[in-house]
Design a binder for this molecule. Structure first.
Ligand SMILES: [Zn+2]
Length: 303
């Protein structure tokens, strides 16, 4: 098992994740990841790792080749707008591949007993099987879950505390009882899916919540859903879609969370599931300094 010296769990990234740009004034900007990496270098430079895993086989379990070819072609042509919110430049395809590499390397770490974080962009939880959506190109959390299943982990729990519903993750797994999905999100809010009645095949647990509530309400509701989702489903891997736009003051959401609340969730996850591998993937979070606060809190709690 890896010996860790510093205060943070391993944080996997790829430099090419900084090259993806969706245009000036787009909130999903390189400054987000740069702030995270700068903070990690200050707190625990030894925690940073480069993802090194060839991601294509894993990606192809989730997305058809025609869609992947289209993404590669848009990048090769210098970029372009894929949907109202999602824009690629010439490096966006490489950034999406790099995000998946880092996420899979974080999975590998978790599977040998060292919980890990993937500091990546673009995010993933809105991506559909054959379409981008909401800044997302590839369904990274589901790619990681399917890879773990290919490596023998049968039951996977994906938990998503981003302020937006993880509609892409839900769409990719809602017919599959081997993956359970808990998403807490602001309601009503973009993308306007994620009602509590959306249950998949009994494997989807949505927690729609109003904006502006005291943080303890969010902490309790999310945890209650995790407990419910796992009552008859002992997970063999836990994937966290760690979005930090659920923090107080975010540009794109109205939740009220602080770093200590993410710490509390990770602590509860690790206490309740002490021998289950945990891998956390960066999703949203649009105030770079706050995003860095959140990532460091989670990486410290994973340590
Ligand atoms: Zn979000």
């Amino acid at each position: 098992m890896e010996q860790l010296a510093g205060p943070l769990a391993p944080i996997f990234t790829r430099p090419r994740c900084l090259e993806h740009q969706a245009g000036h004034h787009h909130p999903e900007a390189p400054a987000r990841l740069r702030a995270v990496l700068d903070r990690v270098r200050t707190v625990d430079p030894g925690a940073l790792r480069e993802g090194s895993r060839d991601p294509l086989e894993a990606i192809r379990r989730v997305h058809p080749d025609a869609y992947l070819d289209r993404l590669a072609a848009v990048a090769a042509a210098g970029g372009g707008r894929l949907d109202p919110d999602t824009v690629m430049n010439a490096w966006s395809w490489e950034a999406a591949l790099g995000s998946t590499e880092a996420a899979l390397s974080a999975l590998d770490s978790a599977l040998v007993g060292v919980p890990a974080f993937a500091a990546i962009r673009p995010p993933g939880h809105h991506a559909l099987r054959e379409a981008s959506m909401g800044f997302c190109l590839l369904g990274t959390a589901v790619i990681v879950a399917r890879e773990a299943q290919a490596l023998g982990r049968g039951r996977v729990l994906i938990v998503d505390w981003d302020v937006h519903h993880g509609n892409g993750t839900q769409a990719l797994i809602e017919a599959d009882p081997t993956i359970r999905f808990v998403s807490m999100h602001q309601w009503p809010h973009w993308p306007f899916s994620g009602a509590a009645e959306e249950r998949g095949v009994g494997n989807v647990f949505n927690v729609p919540m109003r904006a502006g509530l005291p943080p303890d309400r969010y902490v309790a509701a999310f945890w209650e859903a995790v407990v419910t989702a796992t009552a008859d489903f002992p997970p063999e891997l836990i994937v966290v879609s760690a979005g930090f736009d659920s923090m107080a003051g975010d540009l794109l959401g109205g939740f009220t969370l602080e770093p200590e609340h993410y710490t509390a969730w990770v602590d509860r996850i690790r206490t309740r599931f002490p021998s289950v591998p945990v891998v956390a993937l960066m999703e949203g979070g649009y105030i770079p300094a706050r995003l860095a606060d959140g990532v460091v809190a989670v990486a410290a709690a994973l340590r």
